[in-house]
Write a protein of this length. Sequence first.
Length: 194
Amino acid sequence: MAANGTELVDFLYEVGLLKRYKRIGWVVAGVPDVESIADHSHRTAITAAVIASLEGADPQRAAFLALFHDTQETRTTDIPYLGKRYLKAASPAEVTEDQVRGLPAPLADTIRGAVREFEGRESAEAVCARDADKLECLMQAVEYCSQGSSHTQAWIDTSLAALKTASAKRLAEEALRRGPLEWMHETRDEKPPL
């Protein structure tokens, strides 16, 4: 273990920044109350497990990859798509290497491997996690649209176009067809079990 766990605690505090950092694309779109990067990563991980289950991949691995897919944004923040055209950003692997420096080797290797696998998109789990990232963005855009934000269609379109798995495409079509709160109204109308 690292000296007195200092490096581990520092890493956990650093990852905690994701709870405070906002997803900048939504700010650009004029959304008034924007989700954090951690908010996005949480639903992405759950979505990755769902997609992986439907696709016959390992849901735990897919969720794990999704949990680490944006951790680099503690250091780079969430650079909007337009801004990326003008910046030479370090790769996620480079940022991750700096983040895990000083962590116990097995942990550092685990985190490096998760980021490398997600970015490589070669395993079924990585494809499912990547689709989860895009599907979560699509669903968030639908939610913001239903709350009155009118500039979210580009996120819906690009997210939908990026999906690879049949399961994610089916879920996206259903998300576009169904309102974000319909589940709640249907649940309210159900009779409780005896």
